[in-house]
Design a protein around this ligand. Sequence first.
Ligand SMILES: Cc1cc2nc3c(=O)[nH]c(=O)nc-3n(C[C@H](O)[C@H](O)[C@H](O)COP(=O)(O)O)c2cc1C
Length: 398
Amino acid sequence: MKRLIRNKNIVLGVSGGIAAYKSVELLRLLIKEEAKVRVIMTKNALEFVGSLTFWALSRQPVCTRLFETVDDASIRHIDWANEADAVIIAPATANIIGKIAGGIADDALSTFILAVTCPVVICPAMNTNMFEAKAVRRNLERLKSDGHFVIEPESGELACGATGPGRLPEPEDILDRLLFRLSPKDMKGKKILVTAGPTREFIDPVRYISNPSSGKMGFAVARAAEQRGGNVILITGPTDLPNPNNVTVVRVGTAREMALAVFEHMEDSEIIIKAAAVSDYRPKEQSGQKIKKEKDERVLSLEKTRDILKEVGRRKKDQILVGFAAETENLESFAEKKLLEKNLDIIVGNLVGGPSSGFGSDTNKVTLFYRDGTNEDIPEMQKDEVAHILLDRILQKN
Ligand SMILES: Cc1cc2nc3c(=O)[nH]c(=O)nc-3n(C[C@H](O)[C@H](O)[C@H](O)COP(=O)(O)O)c2cc1C
């Protein structure tokens, strides 16, 4: 599956809430996804952010008034509605929510929405008391039953000083939920186990052996599978990445903890994707106290950790098992050997070392090796795109 919103017409509706500044960042993310974005602002939104910012980022005229004559003789609210592939309203004020729920069309945004037939994602953001007001709850229920997709606001400290639900989610999360709304649900009902990140094998309480895995590839796979309707459990070593939406996340430290968590959850998973970079060795002895800098030379004895992938391959029944191989040389021969030895269905091989591929980067250039002996080179692309292609192949090959 290619990038879902690349070249798609997305309309971003901005209404007059304090979180309007966040929709500038949302616009930037949508543009980064290569969507064609048009912005409609309410008159009150202009009190918070200028239309020039949206124009500069989208390179499209920003619609702020219903009654305007435009050069190309279009009636904007109708033409933009016909051409839209998806609409996001962020932030959605109590006022615009009420107007949409009631079918009121008294400005450019509310009139446009009535003419829209594509998916609409609404992101309420307001003071907690306003959000909990009966009228707003009623209007939000109405929007849901009318088929609109409402993203629940986050709880926390709000700009108005109150604490509680009402905060606009971060732009990355809004984009993620838009992709969820638009994704085909071809993994619906499937339980998918994904592993990610490095492990840490401690030498003493303050030092450990690890590797530079950031967890980004495994997290991208977990997000992609969830967007496509999968029931995802993500077992991850230490990373700074936030939990993906709607995914059960188990955070572990060592290879031993990773093994226990994987064996606990593997049995009822239909698809197991092991993107974690698990330590192959751990110190034979772990000092209870910090080792002092006394001797000029020290030798560290290592012992092998359990080969989790191999054991999962041995135990698996009808499940699909995908492994990753990060190599610095001879990718093809090492990957093919690992595929057979560990009883995998697919192995995702990549040569690490380059700036745009492998550990830490947002992009990856991989080769997929299949059980039937064939392989497929995937050109360099964002890790979330690689994740979707991998899921496509899992579904096609099985
Ligand atoms: C400083 C300030 C902040 C506001 N923030 C919000 C908000 O976060 N959410 C909201 O629903 N209304 C908020 N309002 C109230 C709306 O601006 C007001 O209801 C307005 O009529 C909304 O118009 P619109 O929906 O056409 O943009 C705020 C008002 C002010 C003065």
